[in-house]
Each structure stands twice: as C-alpha cells, then as structure tokens.
Design a protein around this ligand. Sequence first.
Ligand code: AMP
Length: 623
Amino acid sequence: MARIPIDLVKGNIKKEEPISNLIVGIDLGTTNSLVAYIKDNQPVAIKDEQGKHTLVPSVIHFDENHDATVGTNAKAYLVKDPQNTIFSVKRLMGKAFKDLGEYQDFFSYKIIDTEVEETLVKIRIGNKFYTPIELSAKILSQLKERAENALNQPVQKAVITVPAYFNDAQRQATRDAGKLAGLDVLRIVNEPTAASLAYGIGQDKEMVKTVAVYDLGGGTFDISILNIDHGIFEVLATNGDTFLGGDDLDKAILEHWKTVYNIDAAQLKENQSLNQALRIAAETAKKALSSSNDFQTQVEAWTLELDRSTFEQLIHPLVQKTLAACAAALKDADLDKSAIDEVIMVGGSTRVPYVKEQVRTFFEKESINDDLNPDEVVALGAAVQADILAGNQKDILLLDITPLSLGIETMGGLMDVIIPRNTKVPIKAGRQYTTSVDGQKNLKVSVYQGERDLVADNRLLGSFVLRGIPPMPAGLPKIEIHFLLNADGILKVRAKELRSGVEQTVEVRSPYGISEEDMARMLLDSLKNAKTDMQSRALIEARTEADHLLLATSKFLQQNDAIMSDEEKTQVSKLAEALKEASQGEDKDLINTCMDELNDYARPIAHRSMDNTISNAMQGKKV
Ligand code: AMP
C-alpha cells in the first residue's frame, strides 16, 4: 500500500513550509473548558487576558441581536436570562431528542422536540435554531482566540478530548465543531487517556499498566478503567452517573441548612435571589472545607455554619454512589481492585479530602495521582498528546493512516463520514441507515472521500446499488453499510439489509490513488469553507426533515380524520402549507420555526389519538 508522508506538525500532507509549529490541547467540558500547550517541555493551561483564570465556563449567552457572549461573562445570564443562555451543551452533542428522555426538564432553554426520530437536537433561541455543534464551536472559537492572544500567533491545529463513552456520532460532532471554529482537529482523545498522559502514564513505550481514572466534575461522574500496553490505550470499562457531581454536594449542604435554619421552601421559590445567594454560599462552604475544618458566613439574617465532619456525613451517600460505580466498572472489566496499578483523580470535586480518602481506601492504595490541578489535568494531557503528534516523530512520520475521511452520500447530497481522517489502518467501521420511501426496493450507495459537507465537493470512489430489499414502509429496513479498509489500501464496502439478509459487497477505487497536492488542497478547502458548508448542511437537513414531517402529517390527517375538529384540520393543513412553502426557500430558521409550530400544534392531537387507541383496545379486552 502507498505510504503517505504525513506532516504531523501541520497534520496534513507534507508541504515545504510549516505555517505553525503549534498544536493545542483542548478539554471541551460540560461545565468548563480550557486550552493548553507545551511550553519548555511542560504542559501549561492558558490563562485569560488578566492572567488569572484558566477555565472558560462552557456557557453561551445570546442577546436580542443574536450576538453571542461566551464564558465568564455569559455565566451571569444563567439566572438573569435563562432562556437565552446555553449551558451543558456537551450533554446534547450527537443526540436526538428521544435520547434526552426524562432529562429534558434539566435544560432551561428550548430544545426542539421533533417527530422525526433520528434528527439531532436543535436549540431554539428566539426565531433562530442552533445545533450543539454550532454552540460548541462558539466555545472552541473562544479558546482558539484566547490561545492566539496569549501566544501571539495563529492557532489552527488542535487535539480535543471527549469522554471515553462518547459514540461515533458524538465524536464526529466534536470534530465538526472544531472544524467550524476553524480548527484542524488532528485527533479526538479520550479524557481518561489524556489524564493518564498528563501524569506521564503511557508515555513510556515499554510500560504495561492498568489504570482507574476517577473523574468527578461539576455535574457528571465518570470512572474509566484503562489498559495501557506499549503506548496503546484500551478502554476496558466505563461507568458513572451523568447527573452526579459537585452541584449535588452543594445541594446537600443547602438542604441541610434549610432544615437547620428553618428556611422555608416556599419562600425560596419566590425569592430567586435568596435561593441563588444560598446556593453560592453552599459552594463557598464546600470549597472552604477542602482546606479548613470550619466554615461560617452571613446570608441576609442567617449566620450559616458548617464543619467538615458534618459536611462529610452529608456527602457520604453521594460518594458511596461513585464507589458503587467504580465496583461496577471493575466487574465489567473482569478485574479485581488489586489489578489496578494507578488511580488518577480528575475534576474539581476531587479536591474534597473526603472524596480522595474514600477513593484511595476503596482501591486499597497507599497513594493516588492527585498532584496536578484536577480541573486542568485533561487539557494538559491533550497538550501532551498534541506534542507527541507534533514533535516526537521529527516532523515527518510515515504512518498507515487514512489521509482523508471516507463516507457515503445521504439525503440531499450530504457526506456522512464512516471512517474519519487520520484513523489507523486496517480499520473496520459501519453504520445503519434506512429507506426514505415506502416500498423502496433498491438503495444506491455512493462512496466518497474528503472533508467537505456536500459530496459534490468530495472525491467519488465508487457507487453501487443494493437490490432486492423486500418492500417495507419507509424507515423500517435496517441497512448496514460497512467499510473495511485493509493494510494494502483496498476499501471494501458492504451493504446489507439486516431484516432480510440481502447484501452486496463491492471493492471501490483506492483512497490512496490521489496526489499529495490534491489532498492538501482538499484539506485546506474544507477549513476555508467550513462555515458555508455547515450552512448548506443545515439547510439540506432542515428540508429533508420538513419532507419527512409533511409526509407524516398527511398520513396523520388521514388516520385521525374522525377525532379531529374541522378547525383542527384546517389549522394543521395551514401550518403544513406554510412549512411546504418555507422548505422551498433558503431560510433554514424559517423552516425550523414552521416545523416547530406544526409539531407543537399537532402534539396534543396525537396524544388524544393515542389515548383513543388505547381506550379502544382496553374496551375490546375482557378483564
Ligand atoms: P469541573 O466540572 O471539573 O470544573 O468541576 C467543578 C466542580 O469542582 C464544581 O462543582 C466546583 O464547586 C468544584 N470545586 C472547585 N474547587 C473546589 C474545592 N476547592 N473543593 C471542592 N470542590 C471544588
């Protein structure tokens, strides 16, 4: 197979002049994000302009003109203007509305509920719609800008970390956010892997170790068990709780004070500023008790007190919950505690001495890795990974990797990446698709290579038709598209309808039969056009979704004719007509608004129709 000379400094095909020697490491966090780089062989997190803080709160506020503020300045709006202030966007990356389940109420901003199941979530701010990718890109842009200001040079390459449990869609969404922020994302690295690297674990090529990474942040808890063998990191098991973190420790304190000082719940509900003041006092108490034994503060008429041992009693059940997750992860990895060589502490909440002590005792260790700043350790490790990519290999390394992403064409001419660029070969990867038309018998599979959002801008490697799919309603067939890229650079693509077993395998043109110049140009074009590409994608996706919804609406009108009033029928038709018209235009926000309105109007009717069906079924039953 052709070996492609990759310039790891620039992350692309070898070119004469490196533009910049810099690759930053980014921790794109749920609560806070930060950027780090290697300075004099040491990873350091980059501070704000005042030289004070390294953390950028992962919060975005939109004003009435849709101008965004990111970070500390946006945080104040969480209370003042909750509908227009986005937090925890990481929880939405690569997710559909149905994935949010019971946690929909957690968000104070509007997340669009759609009837089209696989559609990824969008967030509505006024009459504009944003994807989690666009929102994450705003945070990444802020970090990029911070690094550029601090280092006084352009920053174009980055390594970004994600939780070990992130799936392909979530990883791809993170890559896309990077691209949109003008960053060439050289690698997506697991957070626990980065944390290990920050402690120098895994850098030694001879090392074989099993590591537990305990990550207790502001709102989430993750435990990951990793095996590190000669520089290769393997995630053996992950466990955790997506709604357990420092915020819950604060809440435990708040509840305690409410009881002790007779603070009335009803009073708190009405008085949001008192509520807020108490919440802040609780967090201050928690932080203070990490270094002292007693805490006292004044909030309005109350003198609030807390000592360390009471605090420890309060948080005991929460800490136990994290340890139960550790035990579950060990069980999944089929390991005994004694098999763990190192325990690494990550996340601001691991500053709590009781947490450290309990974790150390649980893993039966003399000591744990907690010397580095637990808020920074993931970003520091990402910078170490970036440095390995940049420096270790003296600029040029011959690597068997995919030089450009490989994917297939989906609805509206969009590129759906199946193997991202820079993936090591050999590699197998696949994804499931379905049909869009009732009774569809054939499916055309077109395989492309490139980084652009529209296949028209990428390189066609080949296409074929999967024939003989048994007639089924649209959306029912399960068609798996599977790519196998072997070490000789041969790409085999298999399409298989899983319900019927109909399948076809085709060998397409080699992804390596392309000149270095063309490859470099394709990479550059993708960064230059990231914004317009994303806009085109958003418009095509909105139109495709609108088509689905219009089809569903006409079926809905037929099926529910009997239970709908004339007024309802007229209104649904009117809203559908407006959507149809919008989807012929170029304004994706208008299309989304029309869909949102149609969905909102039809939802209660759909519920009524469902209740009806159930009660009819019940009547038919003899109980
Ligand atoms: P992260 O999501 O990793 O940034 O974690 C932030 C969490 O760490 C918040 O819940 C903070 O209240 C908590 N935290 C920060 N500093 C301390 C401290 N000194 N002691 C205890 N918790 C802290």
